[in-house]
Design a binder for this molecule. Sequence first.
Ligand code: GAP
Length: 471
Amino acid sequence: MKKLENLEQFRSWAKENAFVYASSEIYGGLSAIFDYGPMGILLKNNIQREWEKAMVQERSDVVLLDSAIFMHPKTWVASGHAAGFSDVLVEDKKTHKRYRADHLVEEFYEQKGEKVDMDKKTPEEIAQIIKDNGIKSPDGNDLTEPRNFNLMLKTNLGSTDAQFNDENVVYARAETCQGIYLQYKNIQETMRLKLPFGIAQVGKAFRNEIVARQFIFRTREFEQMEMQYFHKPEDTEKIFEEWKQARMDWHVNVLGINPENLRFKKHEKLVFYASAAYDIEYNFGTLGGFKELEGIHARSDYDLTQHTKFSGEKLDYFDQERNVRFIPHIVETSVGLNRSLMMVLEEAWTQETLREPQGDTPADTRIVLKIKKSLAPIKAAILPLSKKPELQAKAREVQDLLKFDMMTQYDETASIGKRYRRQDEIGTPFCITVDFDSLNDNAVTIRERDSMEQVRLPIAEVRNYILKNLK
Ligand code: GAP
């Protein structure tokens, strides 16, 4: 059994199977931006739906929001992004390619066989390490002095002549949670919510990441699934522990990730207002090891206090029982949707040898995406054995029985073996073959993806069988 070996293989497999394409490919692509193909969007939607189900539908204390990408520019002053959301950048003096200084330092230590925790290094320390060790660019050239580079993307709103004045500057949001803070009061009042409660949101975020080249792990346009849980300050510790465990359990039980490939990483260096912060990391083989997937942070009352200060609007809560007003504290869970998709694909991608080579006969292998059935883009493929009109009609009849409950795919091209392999590769749990006997006995053969076992069932029972076995 083999797993994906590197990012190049991952990228080309994801393209060939309609999961992920480079954006604007016909124009040579756009760095660190990707499009999701017919299979990719179905998988992404399924992951998002599972997140919303676990975070909102199955609970009674969390509600959803869809806030706009553009917010009042003061939002980003209050949040600290305008002044401080930056990476330390260095530039190759010859090629003018730009690099994140911390990445070059990390690689420098890795080449020496040393592991360093870059979280613990300040920008000044990183700059000093580059200087002291004469670290060069990956092309072997000298680097410029390190400088801070703000990651926020700016644009202008408005249709007047003054459109391109600084006054009309707005930012594409760098994280979705700021929209939650700005609507906290409206939601609490209009939904009549009592502490503790959460607001969850899935949506696009934008960051002008300095060289990424990590496929969909770090991109300039991406999606976050964030939840802010508002609570009384004395409950922080308990609530933090509950969310930390709930989020780890979701990756294991709902996304089907092997717990050995996941771990918690404690943040040793906390921002001044935070009382606890952990990442959930996944062991991305194609990225060389454990990398951040999700953050769970106890953020105190910092966010609502800042927005109260900058907007003049009191973002507090009135506790009727105790007759007191206070600013709620927040525990945040924040996970990348695209990173989750990358993890799910990497975890599920498997190359199996079905028959070892014998004499001149080469080995028989298949790539199978052993994805959780609930996440599979296509749940059932309907495959008539030949293109004879009677078989086509029977196969369409089967598809019509299923299509209102699940995504199906009709495929009549190539040999049946090739068609099975195509479906295995995109993770389709069930292939339904319609053959000549089906015309007489009104039955079809259903093949299961992982075991490749086949059962023959009357067409009338197919829908229930598949729905039952998708769980
Ligand atoms: N509101 C908190 C926040 O935004 P973050 O650690 O910057 O925290 C949260 O981002 C998650 O969003 C990350 O754990 C990651 O999964 C995802 N993420 C962040 N930057 C990303 C990028 N450039 N490309 C893809 N996903 C990203």
